[in-house]
Design a protein around this ligand. Structure first.
Ligand SMILES: NC(=O)c1ccc[n+]([C@@H]2O[C@H](COP(=O)([O-])OP(=O)(O)OC[C@H]3O[C@@H](n4cnc5c(N)ncnc54)[C@H](O)[C@@H]3O)[C@@H](O)[C@H]2O)c1
Length: 252
């Protein structure tokens, strides 16, 4: 699918994978709307071709307004990339007691329900556009994690949320096929983003050591390149693609 003269919506677009994807989509010719929390946007740099729209992915009204902004930009909304997410860590039974249920629910709410909320509301706007010459109207790319398959100690909530995103991918592609909308998911390994900012250099190096090849962490631009490849490749649909240098996470 072509990006020129189309609009794209990227959630979590103010940081990390979302920011890299927003920039790459803009460079590819799309008019990009980067959805993020207001506090995220306040810290984000200005990027040519990228307009920030404040919204919480869990809020249907705010997401509806952001989708309307992207869909009303004068060119058809064709691309959605769901990158907004959080990754707190807590054991089911830890030193401080049992896993906080509210924390578990919050991770599911943002990573899974938020992804579904954006996917559903954006698909309505995309379905209302004129199809291209191939009968295609749009592409939605979600972000899971290899934690969906190899969740580590402390990742019960995070891995559950990302497993949900993997499970959502095929039925979403099937539901939206009649509108000419494709749905794929990327499951990244460990990517060098602000989400990793809290870990020490030493721990970062040990993470890189565990990756078979390339023996380093992934770069946000590599995620962006895969997202754009999915948009470009009309026959990719209903699939979750690992981007992890053959990394399989150990229990801890
Ligand atoms: N960095 C990694 O190693 C890695 C690996 C696998 C998967 N992922 C996933 O990739 C996605 C992006 O991660 P990242 O590393 O770029 O993180 P990041 O923290 O740099 O960016 C996430 C962005 O999401 C935004 N966000 C959080 N909650 C939101 C909400 N309720 N509404 C709107 N925006 C919200 C944040 O403000 C932030 O700008 C996440 O879903 C994460 O789980 C990251």
């Amino acid at each position: 699918m072509q990006l020129e003269n189309t609009a794209a919506l990227v959630t979590g677009g103010a940081s990390g994978l979302g920011a890299a994807t927003a920039k790459a989509l803009a460079e590819g010719g799309a008019r990009v709307f980067a959805l993020d929390l207001k506090e995220g946007i306040d810290k984000a740099p200005e990027v040519p071709g990228v307009t920030y729209v404040p919204a919480d992915v869990t809020d249907p009204e705010q997401v509806g307004a952001a989708v309307a902004t992207a869909a009303g930009s004068g060119v058809p909304l064709r691309t959605v990339v769901n990158c907004a997410g959080i990754g707190p860590s807590a054991r089911i039974l830890g030193r401080k007691g049992v896993h906080d249920l509210a924390l578990y629910a919050k991770v599911i709410q943002i990573n899974l329900v938020g992804t579904f909320n954006v996917l559903a509301l954006a698909s309505e706007a995309i379905a209302a556009t004129e199809a291209d010459e191939n009968g295609q109207r749009g592409v939605i790319v979600n972000t899971a994690s290899i934690a969906a398959y190899d969740g580590q100690v402390g990742q019960a909530a995070y891995a559950s949320s990302k497993g949900g995103v993997v499970g959502l991918t095929l039925p979403a592609a099937r539901d939206l096929a009649q509108y000419g909308i494709r749905v794929c998911t990327i499951a990244p390994g460990i990517v060098e983003t602000p989400m990793l900012a809290t870990v020490s250099e030493e721990f970062r190096a040990s993470l890189a050591e565990g990756v078979p090849f390339p023996r380093r962490l992934a770069r946000p631009e590599e995620y962006a390149r895969l997202a754009l490849a999915i948009v470009d490749h009309d026959y990719l649909n209903g699939e979750t693609i690992r981007m992890d240098g053959a990394l399989r996470m150990a229990p801890r």
